[in-house]
Design a protein around this ligand. Structure first.
Ligand SMILES: Nc1ncnc2c1ncn2[C@@H]1O[C@H](COP(=O)(O)OP(=O)(O)OP(=O)(O)O)[C@@H](O)[C@H]1O
Length: 267
Protein backbone atom coordinates (compact mmCIF):
# COMPACT_ATOMS: atom_id res chain seq x y z
CA UNK A 1 0.00 0.00 0.00
CA UNK A 2 2.36 2.70 -1.13
CA UNK A 3 -0.34 5.34 -1.05
CA UNK A 4 -0.43 8.79 0.52
CA UNK A 5 -2.38 8.46 3.78
CA UNK A 6 -5.54 10.50 4.15
CA UNK A 7 -7.24 12.40 6.94
CA UNK A 8 -10.45 10.99 8.39
CA UNK A 9 -12.82 13.33 10.16
CA UNK A 10 -16.00 12.20 11.89
CA UNK A 11 -18.01 15.24 12.82
CA UNK A 12 -20.92 14.87 15.28
CA UNK A 13 -22.11 11.63 13.71
CA UNK A 14 -25.37 10.17 15.01
CA UNK A 15 -27.09 7.00 13.79
CA UNK A 16 -30.30 5.71 15.32
CA UNK A 17 -32.36 2.52 14.99
CA UNK A 18 -35.89 2.07 16.32
CA UNK A 19 -35.70 5.52 17.89
CA UNK A 20 -32.51 4.66 19.83
CA UNK A 21 -29.25 6.47 19.18
CA UNK A 22 -26.74 3.67 18.62
CA UNK A 23 -23.99 6.19 17.98
CA UNK A 24 -24.56 9.64 19.36
CA UNK A 25 -22.79 12.84 18.30
CA UNK A 26 -19.41 11.19 17.77
CA UNK A 27 -16.45 13.44 17.16
CA UNK A 28 -13.31 11.61 16.03
CA UNK A 29 -10.36 12.33 13.81
CA UNK A 30 -7.49 10.28 12.50
CA UNK A 31 -4.48 12.16 11.14
CA UNK A 32 -2.74 10.98 7.97
CA UNK A 33 -0.70 7.89 8.78
CA UNK A 34 -1.99 7.59 12.34
CA UNK A 35 -3.13 4.23 13.82
CA UNK A 36 -6.17 4.87 16.00
CA UNK A 37 -7.97 2.19 18.01
CA UNK A 38 -11.66 2.12 18.83
CA UNK A 39 -12.35 0.27 22.06
CA UNK A 40 -15.42 -0.28 24.22
CA UNK A 41 -17.61 -3.06 25.58
CA UNK A 42 -19.94 -5.26 23.52
CA UNK A 43 -22.75 -3.20 22.07
CA UNK A 44 -21.08 0.17 22.66
CA UNK A 45 -21.44 1.13 18.99
CA UNK A 46 -17.98 0.41 17.52
CA UNK A 47 -19.14 -1.55 14.45
CA UNK A 48 -22.00 0.84 13.80
CA UNK A 49 -19.64 3.82 13.87
CA UNK A 50 -17.23 2.04 11.51
CA UNK A 51 -20.12 1.24 9.14
CA UNK A 52 -20.95 4.95 8.90
CA UNK A 53 -17.28 5.55 8.04
CA UNK A 54 -17.08 2.96 5.29
CA UNK A 55 -20.34 4.19 3.84
CA UNK A 56 -22.69 1.32 4.60
CA UNK A 57 -24.79 3.39 7.00
CA UNK A 58 -25.72 6.97 6.24
CA UNK A 59 -25.56 9.11 9.41
CA UNK A 60 -28.83 10.64 10.58
CA UNK A 61 -26.84 13.69 11.57
CA UNK A 62 -23.24 14.85 11.18
CA UNK A 63 -20.77 13.88 8.49
CA UNK A 64 -17.80 11.68 7.71
CA UNK A 65 -15.13 13.17 5.50
CA UNK A 66 -12.02 11.82 3.81
CA UNK A 67 -9.48 14.55 3.13
CA UNK A 68 -12.25 17.08 3.69
CA UNK A 69 -14.73 15.49 1.27
CA UNK A 70 -18.01 14.04 2.53
CA UNK A 71 -18.10 10.28 1.82
CA UNK A 72 -21.68 10.60 0.54
CA UNK A 73 -20.66 13.33 -1.89
CA UNK A 74 -17.74 11.21 -3.12
CA UNK A 75 -19.90 8.35 -4.37
CA UNK A 76 -19.50 4.64 -3.67
CA UNK A 77 -16.72 3.99 -6.14
CA UNK A 78 -14.42 6.81 -5.08
CA UNK A 79 -15.07 6.09 -1.39
CA UNK A 80 -14.14 2.43 -2.05
CA UNK A 81 -10.93 3.50 -3.78
CA UNK A 82 -9.91 5.47 -0.72
CA UNK A 83 -11.09 3.09 2.01
CA UNK A 84 -10.28 -0.59 2.47
CA UNK A 85 -12.37 -2.50 4.98
CA UNK A 86 -11.73 -5.68 6.92
CA UNK A 87 -15.00 -6.41 8.70
CA UNK A 88 -16.83 -9.37 10.11
CA UNK A 89 -19.56 -9.26 7.51
CA UNK A 90 -18.84 -11.44 4.52
CA UNK A 91 -20.27 -10.85 1.09
CA UNK A 92 -20.63 -13.49 -1.60
CA UNK A 93 -17.05 -14.64 -1.35
CA UNK A 94 -17.98 -18.21 -0.65
CA UNK A 95 -17.48 -19.77 -4.09
CA UNK A 96 -14.35 -17.78 -4.84
CA UNK A 97 -10.76 -18.90 -4.55
CA UNK A 98 -8.38 -17.07 -2.25
CA UNK A 99 -6.77 -15.45 -5.30
CA UNK A 100 -10.16 -14.24 -6.55
CA UNK A 101 -11.09 -12.82 -3.14
CA UNK A 102 -7.86 -10.81 -3.02
CA UNK A 103 -8.41 -9.69 -6.63
CA UNK A 104 -11.71 -8.12 -5.48
CA UNK A 105 -9.49 -5.48 -3.87
CA UNK A 106 -8.57 -4.29 -7.37
CA UNK A 107 -12.20 -3.76 -8.48
CA UNK A 108 -12.63 -0.14 -7.36
CA UNK A 109 -9.64 0.72 -9.59
CA UNK A 110 -10.98 -0.92 -12.74
CA UNK A 111 -13.67 -0.20 -15.31
CA UNK A 112 -16.57 -2.62 -15.71
CA UNK A 113 -15.00 -4.42 -18.67
CA UNK A 114 -11.34 -4.14 -17.68
CA UNK A 115 -9.57 -7.46 -17.31
CA UNK A 116 -7.05 -8.21 -14.57
CA UNK A 117 -3.75 -6.86 -15.89
CA UNK A 118 -0.18 -7.84 -14.94
CA UNK A 119 -0.02 -4.99 -12.43
CA UNK A 120 -3.18 -6.28 -10.70
CA UNK A 121 -1.78 -9.82 -10.62
CA UNK A 122 1.52 -8.59 -9.17
CA UNK A 123 -0.29 -6.65 -6.41
CA UNK A 124 -2.42 -9.69 -5.52
CA UNK A 125 0.63 -11.92 -5.33
CA UNK A 126 2.55 -9.41 -3.24
CA UNK A 127 -0.40 -9.03 -0.86
CA UNK A 128 -0.72 -12.81 -0.43
CA UNK A 129 2.99 -13.01 0.26
CA UNK A 130 2.81 -10.33 2.95
CA UNK A 131 0.25 -12.35 4.92
CA UNK A 132 1.99 -15.63 4.07
CA UNK A 133 -0.96 -17.09 2.20
CA UNK A 134 0.61 -17.67 -1.26
CA UNK A 135 0.35 -21.44 -0.84
CA UNK A 136 -3.44 -21.09 -0.41
CA UNK A 137 -4.04 -19.03 -3.59
CA UNK A 138 -6.11 -21.71 -5.34
CA UNK A 139 -8.06 -22.94 -2.32
CA UNK A 140 -11.75 -22.04 -2.04
CA UNK A 141 -12.11 -19.23 0.49
CA UNK A 142 -14.91 -20.94 2.41
CA UNK A 143 -12.68 -23.96 3.13
CA UNK A 144 -10.17 -21.88 5.14
CA UNK A 145 -9.94 -21.65 8.93
CA UNK A 146 -11.09 -18.43 10.63
CA UNK A 147 -7.54 -17.15 10.97
CA UNK A 148 -6.63 -18.00 7.38
CA UNK A 149 -9.74 -16.18 6.16
CA UNK A 150 -8.80 -13.16 8.22
CA UNK A 151 -5.33 -13.04 6.65
CA UNK A 152 -6.85 -13.28 3.16
CA UNK A 153 -9.17 -10.36 3.94
CA UNK A 154 -6.15 -8.34 5.09
CA UNK A 155 -4.44 -9.26 1.79
CA UNK A 156 -7.52 -8.03 -0.11
CA UNK A 157 -7.24 -4.72 1.75
CA UNK A 158 -3.52 -4.51 0.90
CA UNK A 159 -4.20 -5.19 -2.80
CA UNK A 160 -6.72 -2.37 -2.77
CA UNK A 161 -3.95 0.16 -2.06
CA UNK A 162 -6.38 2.33 -0.16
CA UNK A 163 -5.25 5.35 1.84
CA UNK A 164 -7.52 4.57 4.78
CA UNK A 165 -7.80 1.15 6.35
CA UNK A 166 -10.85 0.42 8.52
CA UNK A 167 -10.62 -2.77 10.56
CA UNK A 168 -13.38 -4.29 12.68
CA UNK A 169 -11.85 -6.81 15.06
CA UNK A 170 -9.14 -7.78 12.57
CA UNK A 171 -7.43 -10.26 14.85
CA UNK A 172 -10.30 -12.05 16.54
CA UNK A 173 -9.60 -15.40 14.85
CA UNK A 174 -5.84 -15.16 14.93
CA UNK A 175 -3.36 -16.85 17.22
CA UNK A 176 -1.04 -14.59 19.19
CA UNK A 177 1.74 -14.71 16.62
CA UNK A 178 -0.53 -13.66 13.74
CA UNK A 179 -2.26 -11.05 15.91
CA UNK A 180 1.09 -9.40 16.43
CA UNK A 181 2.25 -9.91 12.86
CA UNK A 182 -0.92 -8.47 11.35
CA UNK A 183 -1.08 -5.45 13.65
CA UNK A 184 2.66 -4.85 13.13
CA UNK A 185 2.18 -5.15 9.37
CA UNK A 186 -0.78 -2.76 9.41
CA UNK A 187 1.17 -0.30 11.53
CA UNK A 188 4.12 -0.43 9.15
CA UNK A 189 2.02 0.35 6.06
CA UNK A 190 2.11 4.07 6.72
CA UNK A 191 -1.58 4.48 5.80
CA UNK A 192 -4.27 5.92 8.04
CA UNK A 193 -5.83 3.20 10.20
CA UNK A 194 -8.94 3.05 12.37
CA UNK A 195 -9.41 -0.33 14.06
CA UNK A 196 -12.00 -1.65 16.52
CA UNK A 197 -10.11 -3.86 18.95
CA UNK A 198 -11.24 -5.87 21.98
CA UNK A 199 -7.81 -6.79 23.31
CA UNK A 200 -6.78 -3.78 25.37
CA UNK A 201 -3.15 -4.88 25.70
CA UNK A 202 -2.82 -5.13 21.92
CA UNK A 203 -4.60 -1.78 21.54
CA UNK A 204 -2.11 -0.22 23.97
CA UNK A 205 0.82 -1.69 22.10
CA UNK A 206 -0.04 -0.86 18.50
CA UNK A 207 -2.24 2.26 18.56
CA UNK A 208 -1.04 5.86 18.62
CA UNK A 209 -4.33 6.98 20.17
CA UNK A 210 -7.52 5.35 21.41
CA UNK A 211 -11.18 6.33 21.51
CA UNK A 212 -13.19 4.60 24.24
CA UNK A 213 -16.90 4.19 23.44
CA UNK A 214 -19.66 3.47 25.93
CA UNK A 215 -23.37 3.55 25.13
CA UNK A 216 -22.70 5.07 21.71
CA UNK A 217 -20.67 8.05 22.91
CA UNK A 218 -16.95 8.76 23.25
CA UNK A 219 -16.11 8.74 26.96
CA UNK A 220 -12.35 9.18 26.60
CA UNK A 221 -9.74 9.66 23.92
CA UNK A 222 -6.01 10.15 23.78
CA UNK A 223 -2.76 8.16 24.00
CA UNK A 224 -3.24 4.63 25.42
CA UNK A 225 -1.84 5.52 28.86
CA UNK A 226 -4.45 8.27 29.25
CA UNK A 227 -7.40 6.11 28.21
CA UNK A 228 -6.50 2.76 29.74
CA UNK A 229 -6.64 3.80 33.37
CA UNK A 230 -8.01 1.57 36.17
CA UNK A 231 -10.77 4.14 36.79
CA UNK A 232 -12.02 4.21 33.20
CA UNK A 233 -11.73 0.41 32.83
CA UNK A 234 -13.78 0.01 36.01
CA UNK A 235 -16.40 2.58 34.97
CA UNK A 236 -16.84 1.35 31.40
CA UNK A 237 -16.16 -2.40 31.55
CA UNK A 238 -17.04 -3.08 35.19
CA UNK A 239 -13.69 -4.78 35.72
CA UNK A 240 -10.94 -4.08 38.27
CA UNK A 241 -7.56 -3.80 36.61
CA UNK A 242 -3.95 -2.96 37.33
CA UNK A 243 -2.20 -0.85 34.71
CA UNK A 244 1.57 -0.54 34.74
CA UNK A 245 4.60 -0.29 32.51
CA UNK A 246 6.35 -3.61 32.33
CA UNK A 247 9.80 -3.12 33.91
CA UNK A 248 11.74 -4.92 31.17
CA UNK A 249 9.77 -4.26 27.99
CA UNK A 250 8.48 -0.80 28.91
CA UNK A 251 5.12 -1.81 27.40
CA UNK A 252 1.87 -0.69 28.99
CA UNK A 253 0.39 -3.78 30.58
CA UNK A 254 -3.13 -4.31 31.86
CA UNK A 255 -3.80 -7.11 34.31
CA UNK A 256 -7.50 -7.83 34.81
CA UNK A 257 -8.33 -8.76 38.38
CA UNK A 258 -12.03 -9.52 37.97
CA UNK A 259 -15.49 -7.97 37.72
CA UNK A 260 -16.17 -5.13 40.14
CA UNK A 261 -18.38 -6.00 43.09
CA UNK A 262 -21.09 -3.68 41.68
CA UNK A 263 -21.17 -5.54 38.36
CA UNK A 264 -21.28 -8.91 40.16
CA UNK A 265 -24.17 -7.69 42.30
CA UNK A 266 -26.01 -6.67 39.13
CA UNK A 267 -25.93 -10.21 37.70
N1 LIG B 1 -29.77 -2.20 12.61
C1 LIG B 1 -29.91 -2.20 13.93
N2 LIG B 1 -31.12 -2.17 14.50
C2 LIG B 1 -31.26 -2.15 15.85
N3 LIG B 1 -30.24 -2.16 16.72
C3 LIG B 1 -28.99 -2.21 16.20
C4 LIG B 1 -28.76 -2.22 14.79
N4 LIG B 1 -27.41 -2.25 14.59
C5 LIG B 1 -26.84 -2.27 15.81
N5 LIG B 1 -27.79 -2.24 16.77
C6 LIG B 1 -27.55 -2.25 18.24
O1 LIG B 1 -26.65 -1.20 18.52
C7 LIG B 1 -25.76 -1.55 19.57
C8 LIG B 1 -24.34 -1.36 19.11
O2 LIG B 1 -24.00 -2.38 18.19
P1 LIG B 1 -22.55 -2.47 17.56
O3 LIG B 1 -22.53 -3.72 16.73
O4 LIG B 1 -22.22 -1.20 16.89
O5 LIG B 1 -21.67 -2.63 18.87
P2 LIG B 1 -20.12 -3.04 19.03
O6 LIG B 1 -19.53 -2.06 19.95
O7 LIG B 1 -19.49 -3.22 17.70
O8 LIG B 1 -20.30 -4.43 19.77
P3 LIG B 1 -19.40 -5.78 19.79
O9 LIG B 1 -18.19 -5.46 20.62
O10 LIG B 1 -20.31 -6.72 20.51
O11 LIG B 1 -19.10 -6.18 18.39
C9 LIG B 1 -26.12 -2.97 19.95
O12 LIG B 1 -26.96 -2.93 21.08
C10 LIG B 1 -26.87 -3.51 18.73
O13 LIG B 1 -27.80 -4.49 19.10
Amino acid sequence: MDAVPLKLYVEDVTWAADGRRIVDSILLDVAPGEFVGLIGPNGSGKSTLLRTIYRVLRPDAGRVSLDGEDVWALGAREAARRTAVVAQERGNDFDLTVHEVVMLGRHPHKGLLDRDGPADLALVEEALERVQMQAFAHRLFHTLSGGEKQRVLIARALAQQARLLVLDEPTNHLDIRYQMEILGLVRGLGVTVLAALHDLNLAARYCDRLYLLSGGTVVASGPPEQVLTPGLIRAVYGVEALVERHPQSGLLQIVFLGPTTESLAGQ
